[in-house]
Design a protein around this ligand. Sequence first.
Ligand SMILES: [Zn+2]
Length: 398
Amino acid sequence: MMNLAPGNPLRGMSPKLREAAIGIMWRARGRYLIRRHSARRPVRPPMPLPPLPVPAGAPATAGDLRPGPAAPGAPGTFVVSLDCELYWGVRDKRTLDAYRENLVGDRLVVPRLLALFDEFGIHATWAFVGFLFYRDRESLLAGLPALRPGYADARFSPYPELAAVGETEEEDPFHYAGSLVEAVLGHDGQEVASHTFSHYYCLEPGQTVEEFRADLDAANRAAAQYGIELSSLVFPRNQTNDDYLAACRECGIRAYRRNTQSWLYREKNERGETTFRRAVRYADAFVNLSGYRVHDIGGLRGPLPVNVPASRFFYPSKRVTAPFDRLRVRRIRREMTCAAEHGLLYHLWWHPHNFGREPETNLALLREVLEHYRHLHETAGMQSRTMREVAEAVVVGR
Ligand SMILES: [Zn+2]
């Protein structure tokens, strides 16, 4: 279950004791981060919204920018990213009929999320699967890359299913989303980003970096129809592959989202993932098992693309665990407070289709989180930023 180095004191422990020890270590890490940042910034008055440093004539690729030093005393940062995939993100796990209610709900919930983000001044990153930029089959088929992923397990490839998709977005609202892309573009402060072209799995055996690069190029062509330059990337299933980051940079990607670094959240492919890890992650959303998942923005400096690390998945409300949703929101709010008070980054993410079932409950829970953001913005100067804006702030300096 865990690969522990020889000499690691956890090796000799029973699994139960080991879990308890890991919980204690992560809570200690959270306290250490708080102490470290408290010492550096004992008092920080509320700060006004600083202008975002967007360089004039920004280069087409990010490779010629170098990260600059982070400014001391920076306010906390709140990032929201949404993986927009409709059926392309779940096609290898569920049937369309089984997930239809969520997918219908996805399309209904997007305008409501946009309205909430307007109301609370949230700059969100919307990472679309490239297929979804198209509105009809003819243009989608014309936009496919010649080089396609050669997964050892053929079920991961969506390409054989293209023959069965409908002709237009009106006829087949589960495989096209041109109207949703336009809806996002119609709201200030929102970023349209990439979730790869084909919901590409970078840690699955069989595929290569050349195939990945062809996939990103196809996504860039699809987005260019709207005049969009994709500069942030969310790896499908969070399968970040370090060997692919140079290809991302060459394709214009400046920011990507990586899972928070803990054995519980470390990237794995489908074979490597376990039910136990999923269950502990779910429990961690309600009670503090892994510490506060907040990040030091100074630690984001490094070669491009900039990692804008995830803090927490915003799980959808489920009937069986709904009585505990208060705990879940409280856990998020506490982490946000920690980030705001200590100049750290907090990054919440989910899929719009997660809200497709029980939208009223889920939107009400999100509203509570956003109300807390507004409080932290007003009292501690916390800023909402897209992934691209975080990368620009890290690269250019604030
Ligand atoms: Zn996805």
